[in-house]
Design a protein around this ligand. Structure first.
Ligand code: DC
Length: 218
C-alpha cells in the first residue's frame, strides 16, 4: 500500500517541530521527529563513556538502542524503557547529536529506524535530510528556514518559559556553529531538495506557515 509522505527539512529552530506536529494533527497522519532519534543516540552515548573517534562503538550503541515514541500533545520518548523526554531538548544533547550525525556509518544505521515510521494513512517527517535521503520519493517537500537571529530569539524564549537559564548571544553562536556543522558535513548535509517548496518563517507566524503547507497538500 502506498503511504504518502510530507517532508519538512530545515535548520534547528525554524519551527519545523511545531509546524510538523500541527500539520500531522490536521491531516491525522503519523509524525517523525528525526532529530529526536539523533538526540536519543546522543543520550544513549552519554550513559556510557564514549569517544567520538570510536565509530564502531557508536554504531554498536545505535544498533542496540530500543526507542519508543508516544505522540500525544507532547512527544514522549523512551530509550531502553527509560523516559528521556526531559533530556532531549538540552543544548548539550543537540550539540552531541549534531557531531554524531556527521558520521555516515551512524546515519546508515538510523536510516531504517526512520523509514519504519512510514505507516498509513500518511507521514509528516521533520529533519535535515528527509526530502533528500530518507524519503526522496515524498510527494510533498518543504524547506523551512528563518534567520539565525530569529531562531536564537525563539530558542531563548522557549528556555526561559521552561525556567532554564539562558544567554541569547551564546545561543546564537551555538546555533550558527550547529548550522555550519549540519551544512558542511559530507554525509547527507542540510540542503534543500530541488523539488522542495521554500518557506522563510522569520517574519510570519506559525499559523500562516501551517496554512501554506496544508495548501500544498490540498
Ligand atoms: O532537529 P534537531 O535540532 O532535533 O536535530 C539535532 C541534530 O541531529 C542536528 O544538529 C543534526 C542532526 N539531524 C540530522 O543530521 N538529520 C536529521 N534528519 C535530523 C537531525
Amino acid at each position: 500500500m502506498h503511504v504518502p509522505v510530507l517532508t519538512i527539512d530545515g535548520p534547528s529552530g525554524a519551527g519545523k517541530g511545531t509546524v510538523s506536529r500541527l500539520v500531522a494533527k490536521k491531516l491525522g497522519w503519523n509524525y517523525l521527529d528525526s532529530g529526536s532519534i539523533y538526540r536519543s543516540l546522543a543520550i544513549a552515548l552519554q550513559n556510557n563513556p564514549f569517544n567520538l573517534g570510536n565509530v564502531s562503538e557508536i554504531v554498536k550503541v545505535a544498533q542496540a538502542m530500543a526507542l519508543e515514541f508516544e505522540c500525544g500533545d507532547e512527544l514522549i520518548v523512551k530509550l531502553n524503557g527509560e523516559d528521556i523526554t526531559s533530556k532531549l531538548g538540552l543544548e548539550s544533547t543537540g550539540s552531541i547529536a549534531s557531531q554524531i550525525a556527521a558520521l555516515p556509518e551512524v546515519r546508515r544505521v538510523l536510516l531504517q529506524k526512520q523509514q519504519d515510521f512510514r505507516q498509513p494513512p500518511g507521514l509528516v517527517a521533520d529533519g535535515r535530510d528527509m526530502g533528500t535521503v530518507v524519503f526522496p520519493d515524498a510527494e510533498n517537500k518543504v524547506f523551512l528556514t528563518a534567520s539565525a537571529a530569529k531562531r536564537a530569539e525563539r530558542r531563548y524564549k522557549q528556555l526561559i518559559e521552561k525556567e532554564i537559564d539562558a544567554n541569547l548571544a551564546k545561543i546564537k553562536i551555538e546555533i550558527e556553529a550547529r548550522d555550519r556543522r549540519d551544512r558542511e558535513r559530507e554525509a547527507a548535509p542540510l540542503a534543500m531538495a530541488i523539488d522542495a517548496h521554500y518557506i522563510d518563517s522569520s517574519d510570519i507566524g506559525i499559523e500562516t506557515v501551517v496554512e501554506e503547507v496544508l495548501n500544498l497538500i490540498r
